[in-house]
Design a protein around this ligand. Sequence first.
Ligand code: FAD
Length: 380
Amino acid sequence: MYFKEEHHLFRQSLRAFLDKEVMPHIDQWEKQGYVDRSIWKKLGDMGFLGIDYAEEYGGSASDFMYTAILFEEVSRCNSGGFAGVVVSDVGLSMPYIRNFGNDELKKEYLTKSVAGDIYGCLAITEPNAGSNVAGIRTKAVRDGDHYIVNGSKTYITGGVHSDYIVAAVRTGDEGSSGISLLVIDRELEGVSAKTLDKMGFHASDTAEIFFDNVKVPASKLIGDENMGFYYIMQNFALERLAMALCWQASCEDAIAYTLQFMNDREAFGRPINKFQVLRHRIAQLASEVERIKIFNYNVARAYGDGEMVTKECAMAKLMATELGDRVMTECLQCFGGAGYMEEYKIARMFRDSRVGRIAGGSSEIMCELIAKMTVDAVGY
Ligand SMILES: Cc1cc2nc3c(=O)[nH]c(=O)nc-3n(C[C@H](O)[C@H](O)[C@H](O)COP(=O)(O)OP(=O)(O)OC[C@H]3O[C@@H](n4cnc5c(N)ncnc54)[C@H](O)[C@@H]3O)c2cc1C
């Protein structure tokens, strides 16, 4: 219903690539706290970073369902951190340049990003402004042909090793009407970053980023000055849809992995998959994952068709990440003590899933947004 033969073939080749080029390195990347730079070039060479980007930037201008497959498949590599940095590049940073940037910015950043020569991160959150995006304080003051940027960002996925930062900065008054987006090159003087120690997503270099009198050329402004909040709200739909697709795939992966374990593990003289209480638990979860998957695919298709699906993307993210938490908790329970051991990948899945209800807009913020568009019947 959602995928043609070509989509299936694409999924197969992507999965084979990930099996060969990513899976053997995942444990090392989790240990070192970042993914090796070499993977970007390999992803780029295979065309996986430019799926729905225009051919003039090296992309293949394919429909959005291919990108949906990318988000699903990178989430099956048992590393939320790896999936996180890929989504942060393809789904969070590059789209701002594509959708709102001028030709010069597109040529410079998209061409290299699609090729895997560089990759980006998105920096909105600040120590004092997370859910409340309109409250950001990082200041960009115009000085001739440049902006002088001062401030800091936090919890930024890919915040240490990415080559450029799509940063939300304050160029105008307080509130949502004074925010702009700048592309800030990592190499500029005054940019520094500190890796944050965190509970999961270990293969992602989540970081605090500092801007100390950074001189950013005015040509790096994305779109128009003081329109940043509007751009961010538009792109949040894609970020949330991407997360919904990632979590749905992780849920499927966790259930498949758990079923294998339940088949092999015996207790009281029989495989534990014969215990009705566990069978019913899995049956319930599998049904819920299936329902959310169909919803997500519907939203993905509508998004690809250019429909306004802000509310549906928030719903998809809310439901998939909340379900992710329950799936990981219940699957881990089926492993008994083994589930608590790092030897079994369910432990990492459990840890990585938890951030879904927080990052990209928390569950509470998703509910607020959905309530505005349903309870208040305010269209966005
Ligand atoms: C691993 C990880 C990766 C991340 N990656 C990025 C990234 O790449 N780029 C980026 O910009 N940010 C990133 N974030 C930041 C993330 O988007 C924020 O953490 C999130 O938006 C919540 O903001 P906060 O942490 O400041 O929490 P707060 O806004 O302080 O919220 C604290 C609690 O209060 C609740 N709350 C707040 N406001 C309301 C309200 N109006 N109604 C009801 N409840 C409310 C929240 O839901 C939450 O439970 C990442 C975070 C994590 C943990």
